[in-house]
Design a protein around this ligand. Structure first.
Ligand code: GLU
Length: 292
């Protein structure tokens, strides 16, 4: 008797903080087409933990744009702001392990520490996005004040000691996951990442691993701009005992100057292309995905 296997689960997870552009269309269509081709499921998730930037009108625009493109998703859509309790309970687990801490240092405190160090002629380490590494919890004591706002950070050294071995994730060479290689996660490149923001109960990295696990996502197809963050997401999966999906990080759609498209530029938004008379087939052709 043949073993019954569950279908692969794909998802598209935009943030409602601007209008979707061609890059989002490419990612959403690639996920949707691949799910269909592999007999899988396709989910949509609204990543709105950043309450200062998320807007209901952008959420509605996501639904409108995707529907116009001919994409169909399962209901109900998971909206992160409806599930803050899930992230809090995961944080409780990490707190109990003693591997997270409250950080009161502000951006300007960090800048001051880094500048003082670099004034001596030494380079302060940077993360893959070019931001200075967090100075570490030993800098907290003298700044900590009850009542001040704080972020909660992962103590990366303590977390790595707890895991005690190298971690790997599976990276596919194409969106059909025909060939998969193991990539070593290097979460220390990011230093003590933020898990709970000053203005939001969960950071992107924390929410994304919890949601992917809760929604049973097995295949993550997303842009190369998130490739490096996979290292910390893999670590968080390990610390929280979550299953590991397989990944394919696709190329990005760039502008004429070779820069990735941005939500702040309106000329490549799907809404403005549609208003200018473009059809869903035109969008497919523009991103090189014909015949979905
Ligand atoms: N919400 C993220 C974004 O808008 C996507 C995260 C992911 O696919 O893991 O870029």
């Amino acid at each position: 008797m043949a073993l019954k296997t569950s279908p692969p689960v794909f998802r598209f997870a935009p943030s409602p903080n601007g209008l979707l552009h061609l890059g989002h269309a490419y990612s959403a269509l690639l996920n949707f087409d691949t799910a269909k081709a592999l007999g899988g499921r396709f989910l949509l998730r609204i990543e709105d933990t950043d309450l200062t930037r998320a807007r209901p009108e952008f959420e509605q625009a996501i639904f409108d744009d995707l529907q116009w493109l001919g994409i169909k998703w399962e209901e109900p859509v998971r909206r992160q702001s409806d599930h803050f309790a899930d992230y809090q309970s995961a944080m409780g687990k990490l707190e109990a392990e003693g591997i997270v801490y409250r950080s009161y240092l502000t951006r300007s405190d960090i800048k001051r520490i880094v500048e003082a160090y670099e004034a001596k002629g030494c380079l302060w380490p940077r993360d893959p996005d070019g931001a200075p590494h967090f100075p570490g919890r030993q800098h907290e004591e003298q700044n900590a004040h009850d009542g001040d706002s704080y972020t909660v950070r992962l103590d990366i050294d303590a977390a790595l000691r707890k895991v005690g071995r190298n971690l790997f994730w599976q990276e596919a060479s194409d969106n059909h996951f025909s060939k998969v290689t193991n990539v070593m996660a290097e979460p220390a490149k990011w230093s003590d990442i933020i898990l709970v923001r000053r203005d939001a109960p969960a950071s992107y990295n924390l929410a994304v691993v919890i949601d992917d696990a809760i929604q049973g996502v097995t295949h993550i197809v997303r842009g190369k701009d998130i490739y490096e963050a996979t290292s910390v997401q893999r670590l968080l999966q390990e610390l929280l005992g979550l299953p590991q999906p397989a990944y394919y990080h696709h190329s990005l759609i760039c502008d004429d100057n070779g820069r990735k498209l941005s939500k702040s530029r309106d000329d490549t938004s799907l809404a403005s292309l549609r208003a200018g008379g473009a059809t869903p087939d035109d969008i497919r052709a523009l991103v090189g995905l014909t015949g979905g």
